[in-house]
Design a binder for this molecule. Sequence first.
Ligand code: SF4
Length: 357
Amino acid sequence: MRQTSADRTLHEPDELSAAGLVPPERRAAIARVAERYAVAITPAMAELIDRADPADPIARQFVPDPAELETFPGERADPIGDLSHSPAEGVVHRYPDRVLLKLVQVCAVYCRFCFRREMVGPQHDSMLSPEVLAGALAYVGAHPEIWEVILSGGDPLVVSPRRLGDVMRQLGAIDHVKVIRLHTRLPVVDPAGITPALVRALKVDGKATYVALHANHPRELTVAARQACARIVDAGVPMLSQTVLLRGVNDDAATLAALMRAFVECRIKPYYLHHADLAPGTARFRTGIEHGQELMRALRGRLSGVAQPTYVLDIPGGSGKSPIGPGYLTKTTGQTFVVEDFNGQSHAYPPAGDSAP
Ligand code: SF4
């Protein structure tokens, strides 16, 4: 792993207390959570937390809560079915043309709502062993239908530039792999970690690299985070965004609109708004799907098309993502379409022109 500000990252309940993030009376309860789930709050995120706000949306994402030890019906350790779609260790092959390569199982921060919370953390091997990595790459090489490899996990950008560059080159040597995508939180949670060497490691001759940034609140896009993203984009690596819809963090239209606009200002194309997964102990974060659809309607009414994400649900068990945003087109009994505009007004549209001359 690379050297970063990790030395000053907060892990222990006593450190969280000393930093003013956990009141002394909650320390013992937080310690029980920390025994079960990994904790890490980087200096950048610790600085961003408003200690005076008991509902601070940054704290809510990273500071452990005793409610994490309550599991509700339907919650499951592997909510999106990674294990049942893993043909080789480190690989998840769910869709025909792409695979996940879980290069690492550690992150710079640990999000309290993480859908892979049972699989990530310092108790796991930090990076795939050389033998396991070789097996995973052999699987990719033996499957010509794999057009895209997504490095996720874990946060692949916590790997040292030298080792990440090695993996990127090995993937780049597989002829049928055309696109390599890396999913990360690092530009936000440790902007200084986006070094020139790391950015160079992202690039592979003849292949397209994309970086998908996970951020959930507009305050995360600080000046330093924006500069880190600019270093990536200026190097010719396009960026996408991923956001989890989280109660008490971003479940209102104004916050989501500000976040999507901030992404676009950073030259990051809003990609997915994820409905929160059924990970254990995360019920306090989940909104209703109807509320998510209302928010998407509100975004459609107020935001440029370039700033619109797709609202998706990962179907529990591993059947993949489905778009679950509101529909705008219905058909009447007479086969005439009715289409709704961004103000909620309905308009008739004539039957399909298949039979037109
Ligand atoms: S960075 Fe991603 S994988 Fe890591 S804890 Fe957060 S949501 Fe989970």
